[in-house]
Design a protein. Structure first.
Ligand SMILES: [Ca+2]
Ligand SMILES: [Ca+2]
Ligand SMILES: [Ca+2]
Length: 266
């Protein structure tokens, strides 16, 4: 039991959750000359409208603050992407992810992308659908893992609706095992896709990307002693969720790896 005592002492202070990603997910910070939200770029330059209250560009829906993005008709594909240089940091606005090659597999937490969308009753999506796509990228910025769940159409009567998609460690590991190395960044891409003749317009706001850290075993979004207790309980039951090193089975290596990650926090 010596290990447990040490780990509990080291992590007795709760580790705060990571900073919110991507930067400017509510689109409030903007460049008035480019008329674009900072950290976001147009994907195709057609049907993509940066919107602010009072911009005079027609009906507008905003969930928080004064700004949102609108994906309108006029193209078969419209979207905004974080795969642009953020002038504040000099780096891409793509959120970071952490996947660790453990020698026996791939470790890392599940990823969640979420956002809020609204579609006016008189502008339903017909012949097109919408979602937020994720493009996981290797260190050379090539795309290794694209995921999309195009499941939004029709209208929301102008009401804001929560949307999310989860990409699991197992999904990432499956592709990584064939095409390494592991991804380290991810582009976030609210998109509208379908027929050129498709009609309707969708607004997105408050987009967020989040990766659970390995030590946050109970998924409370922070690390504290509850995580350690939950892991030990599950480990004693041989629960497969304890395969934190990604080897495909649960053994004492998982215990050691979890303790290591727990001591690091998030
Ligand atoms: Ca906003
Ligand atoms: Ca937790
Ligand atoms: Ca294992």
């Amino acid at each position: 039991m010596r290990k447990i005592t040490i780990a509990v002492l080291l992590a007795s202070l709760a580790t705060p959750a990571m900073a919110q990603q991507p930067y400017n997910g509510s689109f409030e910070d903007y460049d008035p000359f480019l008329w674009l939200p900072v950290g976001w770029g147009n994907f195709t330059n057609a049907g993509e409208n940066y919107r602010r209250i009072g911009d005079g560009a027609g009906p507008i829906l905003v969930r928080t603050g004064e700004a949102s993005i609108e994906l309108a008709s006029g193209n078969n594909f419209a979207g905004f992407t974080t795969d642009v240089i953020d002038p504040n940091t000099g780096d891409y606005n793509n959120p970071s992810v952490e996947f660790i090659e453990t020698g026996v597999g791939l470790a890392g937490g599940d990823c969640v992308v979420s956002g809020w969308y609204a579609i006016p009753a008189d502008q339903p999506l017909v012949g097109v659908k919408s979602c937020i796509k994720l493009e996981f990228r290797r260190p050379d910025n090539s795309i290794s893992h694209p995921y999309e769940l195009l499941n939004i159409d029709g209208h929301t009567n102008g009401e804001w609706v929560y949307w999310e998609m989860v990409v699991t460690r197992a999904q990432i590991a499956d592709i990584w095992s064939q095409y390494p190395p592991a991804p380290w960044k991810v582009s976030v891409l609210p998109m509208r896709f379908g027929s050129f003749a498709g009609t309707g317009t969708i607004f997105w706001d408050d987009i967020e990307f989040f990766q659970y850290c390995i030590a946050d075993f109970d998924r409370s979004r922070f690390v504290d002693t509850d995580d350690f207790d939950a892991f030990v309980r599950a480990f004693e039951n041989g629960d497969e969720s304890c395969d934190v090193d990604g080897s495909g089975f649960v053994d004492t290596d998982d215990y050691d790896f979890f303790v290591q990650r727990y001591e690091l926090g998030c």
